[in-house]
Write a protein of this length. Structure first.
Length: 145
């Protein structure tokens, strides 16, 4: 049996008032270029998911966030002995104006506007969960954790 490596990927449902920050993957991205996603990336060895998320958001968009509770988690096989574990966290915008540093584009959108974007496959369940819950809240996590 082939050994399976699990890669932790974190995504941020970043809030500023009633708006959420979403990002578009660069055209040279290996997986689903040009698709929209909740920004984030791979956690490095020894990093907590929240620290990884804060680092990735600073690298990709140049803003400071405060990551809160996990609101979504899913694993899927990526092939060739790799399993991706995607964890999405609520996060609050703290400082800085977003810039497309390591993304093609970004937008502040309302939950009702999420369906108007061409989402990366891995982010679609997060979109569905947000739409079904109407609005993310710091003190109430969605049921499927």
């Amino acid at each position: 049996m082939e050994a399976v490596e699990t890669v932790l990927v974190v995504a941020g449902v970043i809030r500023k008032g009633d708006m959420l920050l979403i990002a578009q993957r660069k055209d040279d991205c290996k997986r689903e270029p040009g698709k929209w996603e909740f920004p984030g990336g791979k956690a490095e060895a020894g990093e907590t998911p929240q620290k990884a998320l804060a680092r990735e958001i600073m690298e990709e968009l140049g803003v400071r966030i405060e990551a809160g509770k996990r609101v979504f988690c899913v694993s899927h096989a990526e092939g060739r002995g790799i399993r991706i574990r995607l964890q999405a966290y609520l996060a609050d915008w703290r400082d800085g104006e977003p810039k497309a540093l390591d993304v093609k584009d970004f937008r502040w959108v309302r939950i009702a506007e999420l369906d108007g974007y061409d989402w990366a496959r891995a982010d679609l369940p997060i979109v569905r969960k947000l739409r079904s819950n109407a609005a993310p809240s710091s003190d109430k996590a969605p049921a499927n954790q």
